[in-house]
Ligand binder design. Structure first.
Ligand SMILES: *Cc1c(COP(=O)(O)O)cnc(C)c1O
Length: 501
């Protein structure tokens, strides 16, 4: 059904074509059938989806226009309520635009007071599991409740159970990025409310993501093959929900690539048998998400001993792989870490890289936390060996003033990445797929938020210079803390303090 060549966008007379009240893949196919039968000499070559509101009749319309040899032939229309029922066209919703204007400003005031006073609150709540249930009704309200009633419950019932990650004395887990520009960017994203799974589903959503990922990739100093806009590049960046998702997606792609290659060598062997031979590797210091990814991918994972500095070394990996190959196993993926979770150690990519190249193994670099520091010249040497990587991820939502979720990932070859993830049903196809990026092929979910906005707001509001100063200040504080710990005989420093912990 997918067109070979690009068809023109001929103006379309909507009234002339059959109109559907519901819209599904099956119905589209029926329409295609209808079109093909009506003019059997010319097959329908493309189905094109567009989502403009056609008429302001209290609802938005989805229009599916089929084109026939470059000319629009039929139109399917679906009516659905706009803006979650928030517009004036609904009579019994409480909050209209004017209410939102007023309540929204109150919410900003509440947020300002919260942020300004968070230091006066307890860091962790003094509650026991199940604290909330007796405070709330057991069923959802049947009738609408007032905004002031809902807000009153926030201070009274919700805040007492909140752990304040933005508290100045919160030192648990890992840092959670946030800033006003980021919050504002996310607010706008929420309002636009687009679901940017393909270029056509919201062009700016896709294009801004590619552009800001190139900006950040350049600032970090990634090899130019990872940047979408460098000469002859096959690479590019994407925003995922979390580092765990980045590792999973890369492992899935590496697995697909390995199976494809093995299938060529052993065309008569079952894929399940080939799968049972695959072996992934990481260090004992790697994040538990690597183990989880291996579980989901149904592959074996060999967890290797790092050296005395908690760094995985090339010789250890080579020996493990050679042993495994001798036993009939097939190494296909290594997840390395720059800035491990427990002690912020750095695997030796310069040694590991050539081992991976020799055995045609995908090398992923998980730098969820420390990767943000590479925007500073003085920390780039910690990335040595990155030129061997197939993929890299870092979380601006950890340490670059961007609120969750924003995990940035880059790949050297986006075609290798997507081969494990492409399904292309009719109702998601569009005319520009050859010239554009469709991020639905870069990860697990179809639906995606407009997350690039907040990152763009942050990059522009601080500038790389401001972000570098922010990182350097953290690292300076870490050095100061190290000095204090070294002076106190009750404590010892577990590893070199390279960045901020
Ligand atoms: C924090 C962290 C993760 C997990 O990040 P999520 O985004 O929560 O999945 C993975 N790897 C490293 C090195 C981390 O620091």
């Amino acid at each position: 059904m997918k067109g070979k060549g690009k068809t023109g966008r001929a103006p379309c007379d909507h009234s002339a074509y059959p109109v559907l009240s519901k819209f599904s893949q099956r119905q589209l196919l029926q329409l295609a059938d209808f079109a093909n039968n009506a003019k059997s000499a010319v097959p329908v070559t493309t189905i094109e989806l567009e989502f403009p509101p056609l008429e302001p009749r209290g609802g938005a319309y989805k229009r599916a226009a089929g084109s026939l040899g470059g000319h629009h032939y039929f139109t399917a229309v679906q009516c659905r309520p706009t803006f979650g029922g928030l517009g004036q066209h609904t009579t019994d919703t409480k909050m209209n635009v004017e209410d939102f204007r007023k309540n929204g400003k109150e919410m900003i005031d509440y947020i300002c007071d919260y942020v300004g006073g968070v230091g006066q609150r307890r860091v962790t709540p003094a509650v026991e599991p199940g604290y909330l249930r007796p405070l709330l009704p057991t069923t959802a309200p049947l009738k609408p409740e007032s905004w002031s009633d809902i807000m009153a419950d926030i201070e009274e019932k919700i805040m007492p159970g909140v752990t304040h990650w933005q508290h100045p004395r919160f030192h648990a887990y890992f840092p959670s990025g946030n800033s006003f520009p980021s919050i504002l960017g996310d607010m706008l994203s929420d309002a636009i409310g687009c679901i940017g799974f393909s270029w056509a589903a919201s062009p700016a959503c896709t294009e801004l993501e590619t552009i800001v990922l190139d900006w950040l990739g350049q600032a970090i100093g990634l090899p130019k093959e990872f940047l979408a806009f460098s000469e002859g590049s096959k690479g590019g960046g994407v925003i995922q929900g979390s580092a765990s998702e980045c590792v999973l997606v890369c492992m899935l792609s590496a697995r697909a690539q390995a199976i494809k290659k093995l299938k060529q060598q052993h065309p008569f062997v079952e894929e399940g048998v080939l799968l049972s031979k695959l072996m992934a590797y990481c260090s004992k210091e790697a994040h538990s998400c690597v183990e989880k990814a291996a579980m989901i991918c149904f592959v074996k994972l060999r967890i290797l001993e790092p050296d005395n500095n908690c760094s995985l070394r090339g010789a250890t990996l080579r020996q493990a792989m050679e042993e495994d190959v001798a036993m009939g196993q097939i190494p296909f993926f290594v997840s390395t870490t720059l800035g491990t979770t427990s002690c912020c150690s750095f695997d030796n990519l310069s040694e590991i890289g050539p081992v991976c190249s020799d055995l045609d193994v995908w090398m992923h670099v998980d730098s969820a936390y420390a990767g943000n520091a590479f925007i500073c010249e003085e920390f780039k040497p910690l990335m040595r060996g990155i030129e061997h990587a197939s993929s890299f991820n870092t979380n601006p939502n950890k340490w670059l003033l961007t609120n969750f979720d924003c995990s940035t990932m880059w790949v050297r070859d986006r075609f290798k990445l997507t081969q494990a993830l492409v399904v292309d049903p009719l109702y998601l196809q569009h005319n520009y797929s050859a010239q554009s990026i469709d991020y639905r092929h870069w990860g697990v979910p179809l639906s995606r938020r407009f997350r690039a906005l907040k990152l763009w707001f942050v990059l522009r509001s601080y500038g790389i210079d401001g972000l570098q100063r922010y990182i350097r200040n953290h690292c300076k504080l870490a050095k100061r803390f190290e000095q204090l710990v070294l002076k106190d005989s009750r404590f010892e420093v577990a590893n070199d303090v390279k960045v901020s912990f």
